[in-house]
Ligand binder design. Structure first.
Ligand SMILES: Nc1nc2c(ncn2[C@@H]2O[C@H](COP(=O)(O)OP(=O)(O)OP(=O)(O)O)[C@@H](O)[C@H]2O)c(=O)[nH]1
Ligand SMILES: [Mg+2]
Length: 330
């Protein structure tokens, strides 16, 4: 299943430089004539597909993209400098729409492909332009025009690489909210999450990896209990699963079994997907012996090492991410 990463930006072409009024004044040159130059054109805003980018994360904080204005005209018929085009790099596969009308302006699929999204304004005309037989000394010039300005919606179709699974209330949405910029609803009752949430997690290299937080699974989900298990198709194409177990639960081992069983019932090879077993809410297990026993039991049941975190307190997250990057081979 493809997921959508979105960003809203405003692009603005540079304003054209103004034309000016000037007259040639030189010794021994009578009636030198009008010589005001034209303004330079404003720069345009261009989107360019870049194969090295994977996400629209860069547009989360910077929203306005103005190109450079054209310069004023000069005397002696000098045309002002044109504004430089602003080239914005976007990942391959970015769809560009006008924000309010939804009209598709372009789809940047191959690396290097460009799309002009806002033209710069034309420069104004200097008075040299208005010389005529009727008017030998025109005082007229025009102002540069504003560049185009458009609100845009960028959409990138993404594939989640890491899926977060577990019983309702295990803290899946909390985890994605602390690892990424995603802000899903979090609450202390089951089935808070009804549709998958996506979050882009920054790797040490600066690129992003997409994580998916899905609704909780319960016993009998394969038969339709709870929200069923249809939404597991959203993580069918992930490369790695994080199985989150609630450390505050009465019986974490039985919780683990429930989810494992549902994964098996779902099929599609999901149960064989590489998996990291994580015990969340570790701070609730403040009795050292009890904690060690839970970890030991979980390890025995699953045959995997258990990683302890507290999503809410921000504990163990760096180590968890290290593990994730290692599993993904990044
Ligand atoms: N004490 C503690 N509570 C946590 C921790 N992480 C999450 N919680 C709480 O657990 C509850 C459930 O968190 P969610 O993130 O909504 O759980 P979920 O797995 O997404 O739940 P569903 O969407 O219903 O499947 C919330 O009240 C969270 O504040 C943690 O590390 N420690
Ligand atoms: Mg949730």
């Amino acid at each position: 299943m493809q997921f959508i990463d979105q960003a809203r930006i405003t692009v603005r072409g540079g304003r054209g430089g103004d034309g000016i009024v000037a007259f040639r004044r030189e010794k021994y040159v009578p009636a030198g004539g009008p010589s005001g130059g034209d303004g330079g054109n404003g720069g345009s805003v261009v989107l360019e597909a870049d194969a090295n980018l994977q996400t629209l994360l860069d547009f989360k904080y910077k929203r306005l993209f103005p190109a450079v204005d054209g310069r004023r005209g000069g005397p002696n018929r000098c045309t002002g400098a044109s504004g430089i085009d602003l080239v914005i790099r976007v990942p391959c596969g970015t769809e560009v729409r006008h924000l309010t009308t939804g009209i598709l302006l372009g789809d940047l699929t191959t690396a290097g492909e460009q799309l002009v999204v806002a033209f710069g304004g034309r420069g104004g005309l200097g008075n040299a332009h208005y010389l005529s037989n009727r008017n030998r000394a025109p005082e007229k010039c025009t102002e540069g025009r504003d560049g185009e300005e458009w609100p845009l919606q960028l959409e990138l179709k993404l594939l989640a690489e890491v899926g977060i699974i577990g019983l309702p209330n295990a803290g899946k949405s909390t985890l994605i909210s602390v690892l990424s910029a995603a802000r899903p609803k979090i609450a202390d009752y089951p089935f808070t999450t009804l549709v998958p949430n996506l979050g882009v997690v920054r790797r040490p290299t600066g690129d992003g990896t997409v994580f998916a937080d899905i609704p909780g699974l319960i016993a009998g989900a394969a038969q339709g209990a709870g929200l069923g298990h249809d939404f597991l198709r959203h993580i069918e194409r992930t490369r790695l699963l994080i199985h989150l177990v609630d450390g505050g639960s009465e019986d974490p081992v039985s919780d683990l079994r429930v989810v494992e069983k549902e994964l098996e019932a779902y099929g599609h090879g999901l149960v064989d997907r590489p998996r990291i077993l994580v015990l969340n809410k570790q701070e609730l297990l403040n009795d050292e012996a009890a904690r060690a026993e839970q970890v030991e039991r979980l390890q025995r049941e699953s045959g995997r090492p258990v990683h302890l975190i507290s999503a809410a307190m921000g504990q163990g997250l760096d180590q968890l991410l290290d593990l994730v990057w290692r599993e993904l081979g990044i």
